[in-house]
Design a protein around this ligand. Structure first.
Ligand code: GLV
Ligand code: GLV
Length: 351
């Protein structure tokens, strides 16, 4: 009997594949360990449906909870997105048949890992293949925020541009600055690597432990969160959301930052206490913030943060290049298939 799989979203894989082939290049990470060659494999869902009985929530919109609970029942595999909360209730609804969960994301804070581990379920995810795209977006957001690109472009359209003025639309530049990275993982390192050529003078980092090997390339200094807040001109958050990092960037943290400093988050919204960030931005405690992630997502269009000139908010597009999303989809399908066969997954989360 073919294994049964539930897929929580329409993944227009064929379209993604065609577009990324048209772009003519693949992001780094493609063709590495576990991926099929350097080329593009067939549309991931085609590969899946050749080998499994696939039931899919065939919509651009998130699967309603009710449909998710019904969809997973009796399935061996689940392919989900970061917008699906996979908790004990979902696992109970799936029942003992569920062997593998494959998420189309590097983040796994939406998965109740202790419940998953208790049931002996394996988990696949998509690191590496999105590192470049996410680091690139992080740098773009940092520059857009510190050089006030969105604000300035809006002035051009609304007639605010009257003449060249010495201090008008001034911001803060990277050259000679100190950058603090919270979470010097794959993405954090890729951000530092990209920022170095801008003339950043010092890199500081913090995390659960020092990572001398990762830090060596940037001569990055491991410091406490407090010291990082006090000494950085730019702070970039690229850590995973865990119980330890939840709400870590709070009032106390922002109060130690320089008034001229800029805060960037491309990890998860919940690492930040958003009300405290709002207060810090309004009171001038910090200069500006750029967020690719918020609480909740999407952020309601009347949210107070959206009214601030010194806050740039993007709709969680860190990994959003055609090539990267295509590769993520292939990897998620490969993870799922390998897991269902009882083989080593290209990228398995070790629980
Ligand atoms: C994006 O946020 C991801 O976790 O892949
Ligand atoms: C995420 O993949 C990270 O390690 O930064």
């Amino acid at each position: 009997r073919a294994m049964a799989v539930f897929v929580t979203r329409r993944i227009p894989a064929e379209g993604l594949r065609v577009l990324s082939e048209a772009a003519g290049y693949a992001p780094s990470g493609v063709g590495r360990r576990g991926m099929r060659g350097a080329g593009w494999s067939p549309a991931p869902l085609t590969a899946l449906s050749r080998r499994c009985r696939v039931q899919q929530w065939d919509s651009e919109e998130p699967v309603p909870r009710r449909e998710l609970l019904a969809g997973v029942a009796g399935k061996e595999g689940l392919l989900c997105l970061l917008s699906d909360r996979i908790d004990g209730e979902v696992l109970d609804a799936a029942g003992p048949s569920l062997k593998v969960i494959s998420t189309l994301s590097v983040g796994f804070d939406h998965l109740a890992l202790d419940e998953i581990k208790k049931r002996g379920i394996r988990v696949g995810y998509t690191p590496d293949v999105l590192t470049d795209a996410t680091a690139e977006l992080t740098v773009a957001l940092l520059l857009a925020t510190c050089r006030r690109l969105l604000e300035a472009a809006a002035e051009v359209k609304t007639g605010g541009w009257t003449t060249w003025k010495p201090l008008w639309m001034c911001g803060y530049g990277l050259s000679g600055s100190t950058v603090g990275i919270i979470g010097l993982g794959r993405i954090g390192q890729a951000v530092a690597r990209r920022l170095k050529p801008f003339g950043v003078k010092n890199f500081l980092y913090t995390g659960s432990q020092p990572k001398p090997e990762s830090a060596a390339e940037f001569q990055a200094e491991f410091v406490s969160l407090t010291k990082l807040a006090q000494e950085s001109d730019f702070i970039v958050v690229t850590c995973a959301l865990t119980p330890d990092t939840q709400g870590m960037c709070n009032k106390n943290f922002f109060s130690r930052m320089k008034k001229t400093s800029v805060f960037i988050n491309t990890s998860r919204g919940a690492v930040v206490n958003q009300e405290d960030l709002y207060d810090a931005l309004v009171s001038g405690q910090i200069a500006a913030a750029g967020l690719d992630v918020t609480t909740p997502e999407p952020l309601p269009t009347d949210h107070p943060l959206l009214k601030l000139r010194n806050c740039v908010i993007l709709p969680h597009i860190g990994s959003a290049t055609y090539a990267t999303r295509s590769t993520m989809a292939v990897l998620a399908a490969d993870n799922l298939l390998a897991g269902l066969r009882g083989e080593r997954m290209p990228h398995e989360l070790l629980l």
